[in-house]
Structures are given as structure tokens and as C-alpha cells.
Design a protein around this ligand. Structure first.
Ligand code: PLP
Ligand code: TYF
Length: 394
């Protein structure tokens, strides 16, 4: 069965971690995989997480099974964090805890296919590298829609709306809730409202990937697009992740939230999610979600976590401004867009060959698509990175 296998293509993003480790240069800079790093280039465990973990070790009396839906408090707190305090919205929503945002995306894909075997999913171009493979593996037909023009660093909003007019009931349309990976550019509130109008007409369902809540302009502001869609449309799926904003990456902490036309429909849809989970991994791992629920449910810990997120956001936006300043006057290209965009990622608009030169000649590691992780910049390396980009771009 295994003897004739050839080596599969490695994950392009996860492979970058090894390439970086293998670079012996003292000047090497990791702007590859999407992990938030502090001003020293580290990705430490948050103090609030340590505190909640200690509490968990002290108080946990059983490791008995929970349920396919996971931690009930966590699911409620997650819905409230994303949807806000609007009682009407909360009443017609349900959530399940999932193994990371990736687990939520996959459960959503499996669920949609069960309900509609001919389900199509519309993905923005560009999008996170894993979307296409993951949703194809779930048996969905993937259609791409134009989203962002790399050369001009702007949304192709008219083309987006035009493409979304071709959607139909039963289709999913994937959007990044905020801090688009890799583009760094999101619709503004008027554009979200225009998207909602088109989907209201076609009957397609928005499918939100929310992996960077709080990294753009604030926890509530970053959820604004989702709330605009939720107010206008009867149904929605939201795959969210606490990997980044709680720095819980390897603990696999995510959720799938669904919105239905009313509370009865939401409860019924939730019931149909559970067999999808049972036939997959039975139930989600407890630890990370128990930690998040403890922090979000405790006023003091929650305030400390919100301050942590504000600190991460401030550092990212500060490094964006410093990179723009360091590039100013050094290249013929205008990189001002980097300062206006949000989240950890930006596309430099360079060729794979130039991305390769950044690595081999300057030890600046980015993806071959020209994506940089801004959170890998520090005061100590931003000058070197700007020099390297200027040398490669001219
Ligand atoms: N969606 C996007 C856009 C991401 O960038 C990531 C990155 O990790 C994920 C989903 C997956 O998150 P998780 O690690 O929680 O599975
Ligand atoms: O885009 C990134 O770099 C992050 C991290 O299979 C990531 O989203 C990359 C690949 C992957 C899981 C996480």
C-alpha cells in the first residue's frame, strides 16, 4: 500500500519554518509563517493564559468527556465576542467549539455539503493558501472571485460585486472577517453593506473566516463587517480562531458559529452540526477552550487580555508605519499602502524570484507569493528589511 509512494508537496507555509531554521545567517529575519511576535521576536504564552492554566490545573476535578459541541460557556462567550450584545442576533445564533479555526472551516464545509451536495464555495482571490485544498477535500466545488489587485494594492470591489451576483441559494461565499490574509485589505462598512445587499438578492450564505479579531482596529470594530452582514441576512457561518489573539496556536482553539433566521431554526441547524463532529473527531480538545472561557468570563482577566490584544495591535500598526518610513525615498515604488492596511500580512507585489532573492541574498524570509508577516518586524531589523526590499525592488 505504501511502497510506491512519492514525496507529496510540502505545505508552502509550514515548510517556511524549516527553511528559516536552516538559514545559518545571524541577520536572518522571519517574515514567513503567520505567528505574532513581540518586539524581541518571541511568541510567548500570554500572562493571562498562564494564570488561567494554573487555575485549571488547581480546580479541574475530572477529565470525563464533555460533548461534541465542547465547552458551553466558551461557545456563548465566543458568540457574544463576535456578534456583540445584540439580543436578537444572539438568540438566532449557535456555536460549537472546534479544533482551531481550521477545524471550524472543515466542519462548516462538511456541514454545507451534507445539506446541499452540489454546494459551491466562492473564495476571494487571493486568499489563505489552505482554503482551496481544505474545502475541496470537504467535497465542495471551489469558485474564485476577484478581490484584490496586487499591482495597485487596492480592492477590486466592483468586480467582487459583479462576481457575487452569480451566486445562488445553497452557495457559500467566503470572506475574511477582518485583517485579510494575505492582502491586508478589508471592505469598509459601506462596502460590507453593498455585499449584504447582493447576497440578500441571490440567497447565497456568507461564510466568514475570522482568524485575527482585534488585530486591525479593535475587538468591536473588527467585527463590524460581520455584524453588518448579520443584521441584513438570515443566515451565516463564522469559523473563528483564538490561535493568534490568545497566542494559543498549538492548543487548537476555534469555534464555528451559525446564524439562522430565528432561534428554532438555529437550534435545529446546531443539531445537524453535531453528527458532523461525531463522525469526524467526536469532540474537541478541552484545554485551550477552558482557558479562553475562564479569561473571557472573568472581568479582571478579560481586561488584561483586551490590553494584551491592544498591545499586539499597536505593535503591528506601529511596525507598518516604521516600515513605510524606512522605505520612503529608497525605492521607486510607493509602499504607502502598507501603512493603511491592517493585520499581520501584506503583499509586496514582487515575483517569486525576487522573494527568493530576499532570502538567499538578504536572509529575509517571506512566502514566494511576496507576503510579509509584519509582526516579524522589530526596531532592530526593520532597517535591514527595508534595505533588502529596496535592493530587490529597485
Ligand atoms: N484562517 C486564516 C485566514 C488563517 O490565517 C489561519 C491561520 O492560522 C487560520 C484560518 C487557521 O487558524 P488555526 O490555527 O486556528 O486553525
Ligand atoms: O497564513 C499563515 O501563515 C498562518 C499560519 O497550515 C498557518 O495562517 C499556515 C499554514 C497552516 C496553518 C497555519
Amino acid at each position: 500500500m505504501f511502497s510506491d509512494l512519492t514525496a507529496p508537496a510540502p505545505d508552502p507555509l509550514l515548510g517556511l519554518m524549516q527553511t528559516f531554521r536552516d538559514d545559518p545567517s545571524a541577520d536572518k529575519v522571519d517574515l514567513g509563517i503567520g505567528i505574532y511576535k513581540d518586539e524581541h521576536g518571541n511568541a510567548p504564552v500570554l500572562a493571562t493564559v498562564k494564570q488561567a492554566e494554573n487555575w485549571l490545573v488547581e480546580t479541574q476535578g475530572s477529565k470525563g468527556y464533555l460533548s461534541s459541541a465542547g465547552n458551553v460557556d466558551y461557545n456563548r462567550l465566543t458568540r457574544e465576542l463576535i456578534l456583540g450584545q445584540d439580543k436578537g442576533l444572539l438568540a438566532r445564533s449557535q456555536a460549537i467549539q472546534t479544533p482551531g479555526g481550521t477545524g471550524a472551516l472543515r466542519i462548516a464545509g462538511d456541514f454545507a455539503r451534507r445539506l446541499n451536495p452540489g454546494c459551491r464555495v466562492f473564495l476571494p482571490d487571493p486568499t489563505w493558501a489552505n482554503h482551496q485544498a481544505l474545502l475541496t477535500a470537504a467535497g465542495l466545488e471551489v469558485v474564485r472571485y476577484p478581490y484584490y489587485d496586487i499591482a495597485t494594492a487596492t480592492l477590486q470591489f466592483d468586480q467582487t460585486l459583479e462576481a457575487l451576483r452569480a451566486t445562488r441559494p445553497g452557495d457559500l461565499v467566503l470572506f475574511h472577517g477582518c485583517c485579510h490574509n494575505p492582502a491586508g485589505a478589508d471592505p469598509d462598512p459601506e462596502q460590507w453593506a453593498a455585499i449584504a445587499e447582493v447576497l440578500a438578492q441571490t440567497g447565497a450564505t456568507p461564510f466568514i473566516d475570522l482568524a485575527y479579531l482585534g488585530f486591525g482596529d479593535g475587538l468591536d470594530k473588527d467585527a463590524q463587517g460581520i455584524r453588518i452582514l448579520a443584521a441584513r441576512l438570515p443566515e451565516m457561518l463564522i469559523a473563528s480562531s483564538y490561535s493568534k489573539n490568545f497566542a494559543l496556536y498549538r492548543e487548537r482553539v476555534g469555534a464555528l458559529t451559525l446564524l439562522a433566521k430565528d432561534d428554532v431554526a438555529a437550534a435545529r441547524a446546531h443539531g445537524h452540526l453535531l453528527p458532523v463532529v461525531r463522525t469526524n473527531y467526536s469532540m474537541p480538545p478541552d484545554h485551550g477552550a477552558a482557558v479562553v472561557a475562564h479569561i473571557l468570563g472573568d472581568a479582571t482577566l478579560r481586561a488584561a487580555w483586551e490590553a494584551d490584544v491592544a498591545g499586539m495591535r499597536g505593535r503591528i500598526n506601529g511596525m507598518r508605519a516604521k516600515l513605510v518610513a524606512a522605505l520612503d525615498g529608497r525605492t521607486t515604488r510607493d509602499f504607502g499602502f502598507l501603512g493603511k492596511q491592517r493585520g499581520m500580512f501584506a503583499l509586496l507585489g514582487i515575483t517569486p524570484a525576487d522573494a527568493e532573492r530576499l532570502r538567499t541574498e538578504h536572509h529575509v524570509h517571506i512566502t514566494s507569493s511576496g507576503r510579509v508577516n509584519v509582526a516579524g518586524l522589530t526596531d532592530g531589523n526593520v532597517g535591514h528589511v527595508a534595505n533588502a526590499i529596496a535592493a530587490v525592488c529597485g
